[in-house]
Design a protein around this ligand. Structure first.
Ligand code: F0G
Length: 469
């Protein structure tokens, strides 16, 4: 790519309404979050033809991984040819991205797959995938001269925004449903100096509230309705393919809450396809928790009417779940803001949206743990969903599959403790009997007692497959 093209990346990008009948375009410097004409969602369109050819891009991205320049070290800004920012822009970064792709043999066996890889976005600086989008959103906020950044959150967006705002020296307010955020996530936001504003009401109410707040010129909204968040998060698709040696997995599974992450991955894969870095799309599967699954419900209705096929038109309206429930609090969302973009991506890829039960999520989380990989409950929907799709024949046993884990295990240790102690329960339902419960044992303070316990466990331990990486 020429120097001149690099300098004018932002100038040639637009924010475009995704509703086909509207298709309105706005400059990238306009501080809007939805289409001013029709209220539809916006996405950023960069001029991909100025990015250079596929081989040159692959080579340049590989070389940058060995450089010490912060733009190259960040697993988001490394792919800056595809971001709507000029080269000279000062970036707000915590060296996000660079997250591992692990082999997960026990989870694979549990699902009935020959092999399974997991991309662990919980290894980001604040412990969740949100950081990949927050670096671009807060960089844009700084460019626009925003004084205060705000978000509604189930906890992770809040922790991430609080950290990036602190890096940028910006004021930050997070709006969270009181009593529904894990202690670890709240602790992070307090530590990073954000104003933690707890409302009586759920996430969907908090989301409505921040959209009202965003009318105020002093406020910059950092939820994934903001297309700059999606721009950062889409780079996960680029990093994943690079880690796969540009060999495309057949399936990618991701949890669904507000549906920003699946929208971003879909956009990332779509751009790779248009740049001919890949020759088709992986099937994108979005997994929700049964008690908070408005999009899965809609998808299964569409499937019944054969509307959920590649190239189908999007419905106009999503019926929300009024009182969403799940112990996977990160995805306790009844009215996801980005459902249209996500569903469009799923349909284009020939993927699916499905829901899994609390029991399935809890057991899947524990089996991922047995691979030595700790994730938060929402992330485990992926393995639970993959297992279902193997059972239904939607995924073949020898297919190549990647599960995207979104948050770190230490985001919700209370859930883990309750699972292993047999006290994990949703509301007044009976506690979940964990298939992989592993509670602590009280032993006498004697060598013989400890050796006896270890011996007993050695004998009862099933032979487990070993991880290759
Ligand atoms: N996994 C984790 C760990 C999350 O925190 C979230 C969303 C999701 C999955 C779902 O991603 O919303 O893009 O579909 N957390 C948001 C928050 C809502 O406020 O932290 P999504």
């Amino acid at each position: 790519m020429s120097e001149r093209a690099t300098q004018t990346r932002a100038a040639s990008a637009v924010q475009r309404c995704i509703i086909p009948e509207c298709n309105s375009a706005y400059g990238v410097q306009e501080r809007i979050y939805v289409c001013s004409r029709c209220g539809g969602p916006l996405e950023i369109q960069c001029r991909l033809e100025t990015c250079g050819d596929a081989d040159a891009l692959r080579k340049r991205w590989a070389e940058r991984a060995g450089s010490n320049d912060p733009r190259d070290r960040s697993g988001v800004w490394r792919y800056r040819e595809l971001l709507p920012f000029d080269e000279s822009v000062p970036i707000v970064t915590l060296m996000e991205g660079n997250t591992p792709l692990y082999d997960a043999p026990r989870s694979a066996e549990y699902c009935g797959l020959q092999g399974l890889r997991v991309k662990h976005l919980g290894c980001n600086p604040t412990g969740s995938f949100k950081d990949a989008g927050m670096t671009t959103a807060v960089t844009q906020a700084a460019l626009l001269g925003a004084r205060t950044v705000v978000c509604a959150s189930t906890g992770n967006t809040a922790a991430s925004l609080a950290a990036y705002a602190a890096r940028a020296g910006m004021q930050c307010a997070i709006i969270v449903p009181q009593g529904q955020i894990t202690a670890a996530k709240l602790a992070q936001s307090m530590d990073y100096g954000a104003a933690v504003l707890e409302i009586e009401g759920n996430f969907d109410e908090a989301m409505r509230l921040v959209q009202e707040l965003a009318d105020d010129a002093s406020i910059y909204l950092a939820n994934s309705i903001n297309p700059y968040r999606v721009e950062g998060q889409k780079t996960v698709a680029f990093e994943l393919l690079q880690q796969c040696g540009w060999k495309l997995p057949q399936h990618v599974a991701v949890p669904g809450g507000n549906m920003g992450n699946s929208s971003a991955l879909a956009k990332g894969f779509d751009e790779l396809l248009r740049l001919r870095l890949i020759d088709r799309l992986p099937r994108l599967h979005v997994i929700q928790a049964e008690g908070s699954a408005p999009v899965a419900r809609m998808f299964s209705e569409m499937a019944k009417n054969r509307a959920a096929e590649n190239g189908s038109e999007l419905p106009d309206y999503l019926a929300p779940v009024e009182h969403p429930q799940t112990l996977a609090t990160a995805i306790k969302i009844g009215s996801p803001i980005s459902w249209r973009k996500s569903l469009r991506g799923v349909l284009r890829s020939g993927g699916s949206v499905l829901a899994v039960s609390e029991q399935e999520i809890a057991d899947a989380k524990a089996i991922i743990g047995r691979d030595g990989i700790g994730c938060e409950p929402a992330s485990a929907t992926t393995v639970a969903g993959i297992r279902r799709m193997i059972a239904s024949g939607d995924i073949g046993r020898s297919d190549s599959v990647v599960a995207v884990l979104t948050g770190h295990v230490l985001k919700d240790p209370d859930y883990v403790n309750r699972y292993h102690h047999g006290t994990l329960a949703l509301g007044s339902a009976a506690p979940i009997a964990g298939a992989f419960a592993n509670p602590p044992e009280r032993v006498a303070a004697k060598k013989s007692a400890i050796l006896e316990s270890i011996e007993r466990r050695t004998q009862s331990r099933e032979r487990m497959p070993r991880a290759k990486n």
